[in-house]
Structure formats: C-alpha cells, structure tokens
Design a protein around this ligand. Structure first.
Ligand SMILES: [Zn+2]
Length: 212
C-alpha cells in the first residue's frame, strides 16, 4: 500500500487509515485471499475473500437460527443428591433479577444474545440487496456501520468460555449435562468467529457504495 503525497477529492475517497497507528494509505484493490497491510505496523487493512457477501449472509442467518434454538431449548441440566434442575439461556441471563443486580442481568442478556443478534441481522439487512445485484436498502450504510461498531461488544464467546470454566469447577459437585442449547450456542460462537474472517470492512463498504 502507498502513502498519499497530495490531497484532492479522488485521493481523499481512496484513503484508508490504519486503525492501530493512524497512518494514512492510498488504497488499492487486493486480490481475493491476499492481505493489504499497514506499511508502518503491518496491521491488516484490506482482506478481501472470495464470495464474502453470500458467505457472510449464510453464516449470519445460521447464527440467527442457532440463537433462536439456544433460547428455546434447555441450556444445562444439573443432578445432585437426587435433585435435578435445568436452566435455559434466558434463565442464565436473568438469574440476577432482583435489586441492584437487575442492570447486571440486562447487561448479560444484551452482551450474549441481543447484540450478536442485532449485529448479524444488520449484516443481513445491509448485504442481501447486494447479493441480488440490487441497490442498497434504505439505511443500509447505518446497518453496516452498526454491525462494525457492535463487533467488540457482542461477547457470546466470552460467555461460553465462562460457562466452560464454571462447568469445570462444579463437575465434582453435581452431574452436569449440557443441553441442546449449550451445543447450539457453542456452534453459534464458532460461526461468529468464522463470519468475522470474511468481514473486510473496506471491501464491504466499496461493494455498498458502488451500487448506490
Ligand atoms: Zn499501522
């Protein structure tokens, strides 16, 4: 990637800033599967992948389906001393439903369910028209921007890591059986990570603005 030497309208439109060190570059199209990196800190800036848009849409829809399944089916079942109990994902999220802990309960539900769902739904809304070679839908730019901004805040993977750590700690005290929702949520987390590997912001913005 090259650094710009003079600024005009065309150059400004082609500029891309490194999110790590702020160095400005003049962008160039990069071949699918290759990576355009910052000249100074080597942070990946452009990472186009073949068939990225249909794959992002398919993976996002899969995430939404798995999330609905994870909310509906039992998440964990505990057996200890002749007593058994099962809890759903919503039970886990709303376990702190009294007093000053209510905001914590809302935050858990938002970070592990609501934000990932809003993020993938925004991606589907913004990208589906491009898949059918149609002009972008109204507010699609806002939807794509929202999906990018929610990326650090959608913490489904942090939740599943916490659940696994908790399971290791209580497995000696009770029989713990992961339910269908646990597996659905675990697969959803893997698909979210896979989806992010296709998310090249520069490529998606270019695809969106080119169809306007
Ligand atoms: Zn940099």
């Amino acid at each position: 990637m090259s650094t710009p030497t003079q600024f005009d309208d065309a150059a400004l439109r082609d500029l891309i800033a490194c999110p790590r060190c702020d160095l400005l570059h003049r962008s160039h199209r990069v071949a699918d599967g290759c990576v355009g990196r910052c000249k100074r800190c080597h942070t990946p800036l452009i990472m186009p992948r073949a068939q990225a848009i249909p794959r992002i849409i398919a993976l996002s829809l899969t995430v939404l389906i798995l999330l609905v399944g994870a909310l509906y089916f039992p998440f964990l079942e505990l057996n200890a001393g002749g007593f058994s109990n099962s809890a759903s994902l919503l039970d886990a999220a709303t376990a702190f439903n009294h007093g000053l802990l209510i905001p914590l309960s809302g935050a858990v539900a938002a970070f592990m369910v609501l934000l990932p769902a809003v993020r993938v739904a925004s991606l589907v809304y913004a990208l589906v028209p491009l898949l059918f070679h149609q002009p972008p839908a109204r507010y699609s730019a806002y939807a794509l921007r929202l999906a990018n901004r929610l990326r650090p805040w959608a913490m489904a993977e942090i939740f599943i890591i916490g659940v696994v750590v908790a399971l290791v700690k209580i497995v000696d005290l009770a029989d713990v059986t992961p339910g269908p929702a646990f597996w659905a949520f675990s697969v959803m987390v893997i698909i979210l990570v896979l989806n992010d590997t296709y998310m090249c912001r520069w490529t998606l913005w270019n695809a969106l603005t080119a169809r306007r």
